[in-house]
Ligand binder design. Structure first.
Ligand code: NAD
Length: 291
């Protein structure tokens, strides 16, 4: 069993991006600039945005963090997005989800200019992805592809079972694993909360991507020997042995499942850092678009 070390892979990819940015800057080119919007003060969102902004500075990118109160109106948020769309210095726009209930996430995502959609959530990006056209790929599935590529894991012809069908992880992941590309060419089963006999599906899987949001959901009796396991879940559970009283676990029962696998991602330090890599690569790509 080999651990897919998201921290090490992301460090490697970040070094590549950093040197590319240094070269661009030395030739008088545009410094990539990411704008992040955070509405409210959800602690997990604070942590995610903080780490994205820190990575920007690590890589030599510019960044702008706009923070707003949770009672901000949808119209005001749409106006802020529009300002960023029109700002020639801003290459990528990220609106941290989830948004407060009174704001439509779809309306906000749709308002981001597709050339600045570095999260890859806009319908134009998702449509192009579906058609196999060049576009911004959603950061988490993109990060997972980068990880498979780094380890030289060939999924062509393999049976991949994706658990979870969200617009940001499960659904795009299923499309990307199946498309005629590398990594890709897998046979994909997309499963979700209405799937009957999930265990029968996962037991057939060469690769399982778990994106459910339920701690330790995937147990060892659901996994065949030698499977490749990608754990996207980030769940905080109580842990009295920790100073903080809690710790992060994935959607996979890691300790029980790991001995059966050929490869597995840990949580933390697995898919999380790769998501940030996907975002940074998209931001670099966006900065190369002539405005
Ligand atoms: P979501 O809540 O939008 O979707 C969850 C999906 O799981 C749904 O499609 C639902 O049908 C499916 N599901 C729920 N119960 C199920 C069951 N019993 N059997 C089969 N399917 C079931 O979640 P999301 O936004 O896709 O996120 C999933 C998890 O991944 C969360 O823990 C989230 O925090 C994490 N996440 C991590 C990263 C990262 O960078 N590592 C990025 C995004 C999300």
């Amino acid at each position: 069993m080999q651990i897919l070390d998201g921290l090490a892979v992301s460090a490697h990819i970040k070094e590549q991006i950093k040197s590319e940015v240094a070269t661009i800057k030395s030739k008088g080119g545009k410094t990539p600039h990411l704008a992040a919007i955070l509405v409210g003060n959800n602690p997990a969102s604070e942590a995610y945005v903080g780490s994205k902004v820190r990575t920007c500075s690590e890589l030599g990118f510019g960044s702008t963090l706009l923070r707003f109160d949770s009672d901000m109106s949808e119209a005001d948020l749409l106006a802020e997005v529009q300002k960023l769309n029109e700002d020639k210095d801003i290459d990528g726009i990220l609106v941290q989800l989830p948004l407060p209930k009174h704001i439509s996430e779809n309306a906000v995502i749709n308002a981001i200019h597709p050339d600045k959609d570095v999260d890859g959530f806009h319908p134009i990006s998702q449509g192009k992805m579906l058609l196999g056209q060049d576009t911004f790929l959603p950061a988490t599935p993109y990060g997972i592809l980068l990880m498979l590529e780094y380890y030289g894991i060939d999924i062509s012809g393999k049976h991949c079972v994706v658990i979870g069908r969200s617009n940001i992880v499960g659904s795009p992941m299923s499309v990307l694993l199946a498309r005629n590309a590398h990594p890709g060419n897998a046979t994909v089963t997309l499963t979700h909360s209405r799937t009957k006999d999930l265990k029968a599906m996962t037991l057939q899987a060469d690769v399982i991507v778990a994106a459910i949001g339920k701690p330790k959901f995937l147990t060892s009796d659901m996994v065949k020997d030698g499977a490749i396991i990608i754990d996207v879940g980030i769940n905080r559970i109580d842990d009295a042995t920790r100073k903080s009283g809690s710790r992060l676990v994935g959607d996979v029962d890691f300790d029980a499942v790991a001995p059966k696998c050929s490869y597995i991602t840990p949580v933390p330090k697995g898919v999380g850092p790769m998501t940030i890599c996907g975002l940074m690569k998209n931001t670099l790509k966006a900065s190369q678009i002539a405005r």
